[in-house]
Design a protein around this ligand. Structure first.
Ligand SMILES: NC(=O)c1ccc[n+]([C@@H]2O[C@H](COP(=O)([O-])OP(=O)(O)OC[C@H]3O[C@@H](n4cnc5c(N)ncnc54)[C@H](OP(=O)(O)O)[C@@H]3O)[C@@H](O)[C@H]2O)c1
Length: 342
């Protein structure tokens, strides 16, 4: 497969989505390949990471970084190869990961995100977008710094079969926790126990709130010490009703609310934090950018020893970026969702 393109295809944001994004919110355009300015590099993007965070960046609301401006390309983490370098720290041919965009070519200048990576050190360079990328680092520091598990504790993970959740469960297990995962569908639940080693799995789909609560009570009769929250809404509310005394809730994401047209759903059972003297703490990968290497070393060692398994779901072609991205909200991604661009 050719890795060069004559022109630069870019996926632009044409309007702010209302609810679930639709194709018309975006436009794939072709423009000339840009030239890097002084102290910048031109990167040929090979793969980009399709993350739920992109949905947040499409909203014009205060966040940890500015929204994507209308008519700008969709921001995304990419892994690619330096085509032209005008920076002394980067050579033509280097592989880099950076916060770029869904486009064939990006101009990148050194910042907190841009890193040279070694494709020879991994079975696939996509690993720098999954286990050894932001996803793995989020899971690692989410467990180690926010959840702070102690052996014998029980952790509940909502969104457990996804990219972050599946790694969280495996790390927590390595740290001696009993792991309970909630995911959508029997196939994903089987994967939780048979592939990722969860002690118990609960399928939330088609369950009434009381049935979900009963399933959780059966899996954790004494409650849970830790909740790793990726979903929000009913799943978070249910989890809050099953906390043990002094439980910790790590708030990583609220994906069930990202396409809400009626505003945030909110947690209705926060009073349980009082009852259980529990804490809830937000988690943000960006806080750990200068500690990426620490997480990567631990994650790589677990991968090498076969103690950590990671699944990647790779979709093909920039022209399929929008339907591929929407898989995150339909739950039809089986592992870290990645788009092959080159
Ligand atoms: N705080 C941070 O720094 C940070 C960093 C990375 C990711 N995150 C967050 O972590 C979470 C997981 O991200 P990921 O990249 O690992 O994605 P992922 O879990 O691989 O994919 C998203 C999954 O979310 C589930 N989902 C989607 N809509 C849902 C709904 N309405 N109700 C229940 N489940 C729903 C689906 O799984 P099912 O089939 O099981 O429903 C889907 O497969 C997201 O909330 C994301 O925003 C936060």
């Amino acid at each position: 497969m050719s890795t060069t393109a004559e022109r630069n295809r870019r996926l632009l944001v044409r309007r702010r989505p209302v609810g679930l994004p639709v194709t018309e919110d975006f436009e794939l355009v072709e423009v000339p390949i840009p030239k890097p300015h002084d102290r910048a590099i031109l990167v040929r993007n090979h793969f980009c990471s399709l993350d739920p965070a992109i949905r947040g960046w499409l909203e014009d609301v205060p966040s940890y970084m500015p929204p994507i401006a209308l008519n700008d390309p969709v921001r995304a983490i990419t892994v690619g190869r330096v085509v032209t370098s005008r920076h002394p720290d980067f050579q033509t041919g280097d592989w880099v990961v950076g916060l770029n965009a869904i486009e064939d070519y990006s101009i990148a200048a050194p910042d907190a995100f841009l890193r040279i990576v070694d494709p020879a050190a991994v079975p696939s360079v996509t690993l720098y977008l999954s286990a050894l990328g932001a996803v793995g680092v989020t899971a690692y520091f989410g467990v180690m710094e926010v959840c702070r598990p102690r052996p014998g504790e029980t952790i509940l993970i909502n969104g457990a079969a996804g990219a972050v959740g599946s790694i969280v469960g495996q790390i927590a297990r390595l740290k001696g926790c009993r792991t309970i995962g909630i995911a959508g569908g029997s196939v994903k639940c089987r994967r939780l126990t048979e592939r990722y080693g969860f002690d118990a799995a609960i399928d939330y789909r088609g369950k009434s709130p009381s049935a979900l609560s009963a399933a959780l009570a059966a899996a954790a009769p004494e409650g849970v010490d830790i909740v790793f929250e990726n979903v929000g809404g009913l799943l978070l509310d249910t989890a809050l009703m099953h906390l043990k005394l002094h439980a910790r809730v790590a708030l990583c994401g609220l994906i069930s609310e990202y396409n809400s047209t009626t505003g945030p759903v909110g947690a209705r059972n926060l009073w349980q934090l009082i009852v259980k003297r529990a804490t809830i703490q937000g988690l943000f990968t960006g806080d750990f950018l200068d500690r990426f290497a620490e997480a990567q070393t631990a994650l790589a060692a677990w991968l090498d020893k076969g103690l950590l398994v990671v699944d990647e779901h790779i979709e093909e072609g920039i022209e399929n970026a929008v339907p591929a991205f929407l898989r995150l909200f339909a739950g039809t991604n089986d592992g870290k969702l990645i788009l092959r661009i080159a």
